[in-house]
Structures are given as C-alpha cells and as structure tokens.
Design a protein around this ligand. Sequence first.
Ligand SMILES: [Zn+2]
Length: 68
Amino acid sequence: MTGPSLVLGEPLDLPLPEAWPKPHPRCRACAQLAKERLEAQAEGDYSKVSDANVELRRHASPHRRRQP
Ligand SMILES: [Zn+2]
C-alpha cells in the first residue's frame, strides 16, 4: 500500500484516449497491432506505442470499404 502519490488534477503521462484508435473487432491486422501496442506499453516503449497507434489509425480507412 502506498499513500496517495498522485495529485488530483495533475495530468497523467498517458496519451489521450482519442490518440488510441480502437482495433476493428474482426480484423487480424488490427488485433496484431493492438497486441504489439500493449506489449510496447508494458515495456514502456512509447515510441513503439505511438507507431502502433499511427499504423492503426492509417489502417482504419480500409475498414470502410469491404475487404476482399
Ligand atoms: Zn484492421
């Protein structure tokens, strides 16, 4: 148990939710990217995390069309 070390109102050092694109539920590529993103986050490798976010966001556009 630790005391309340976080000051309320202080911004956490985390990306904003909108900076975290959601993986498409039925897309394998998205699932892979989301997995890599989680792993990178666990390692504290935030440049990899943002790379995965960029790829997820860029990759999201084909979802609007039917994939072959
Ligand atoms: Zn996808």
